[in-house]
Ligand binder design. Structure first.
Ligand code: CO
Length: 136
């Protein structure tokens, strides 16, 4: 059995209004600690990563009103925002998705957090899920 180009669920991103409150909640509920924290200025987000086995829960808050996370929360409220699929080769996986009918948001891979290379694919054409391809 193989999942082809997919090697791991890299992260599940949850959009939150108050990052500190969300971190405190995960600490209180699960005893979970923040593994990595980063402000991604280009995306207008601050994220806190909680490690679960080889994957992460990525609590994500907006750092400015025009950030995609701010717009998403305004439109749909807090909650599940996207799923990060880990791949060995982001460009190859993006090309394969486009060939399968996906609509790219990033037409070429770009830098993500943690020194990763990422590309986002639009939920429209991917059964309603915003997908991020993540190459470590
Ligand atoms: Co992500």
């Amino acid at each position: 059995m193989t999942s082809g180009l997919l090697t791991e669920i890299d992260h599940i991103a949850i959009a939150v209004r108050d990052l500190e409150a969300a971190i405190a909640y995960y600490q209180q509920a699960f005893g979970a600690e923040v593994h990595h924290r980063e402000i991604v200025e280009s995306d207008g987000v601050e994220e806190a990563l909680i490690k679960v086995a080889d994957s992460f829960i990525q609590l994500t808050a907006a750092t400015r009103p025009d950030s995609p996370i701010a717009k998403s929360i305004e439109k749909r409220g807090e909650g599940l925002h996207h799923v990060g699929y880990r791949v060995d080769d982001c460009a190859a996986a993006l090309a394969a998705m486009i060939a399968a009918g996906a609509t790219a948001i990033d037409t070429v891979p770009r830098p993500g957090s943690r020194g990763t290379t990422v590309a986002f694919v639009h939920p429209k054409g991917s059964f309603g899920t915003l997908i991020e391809l993540v190459q470590e």
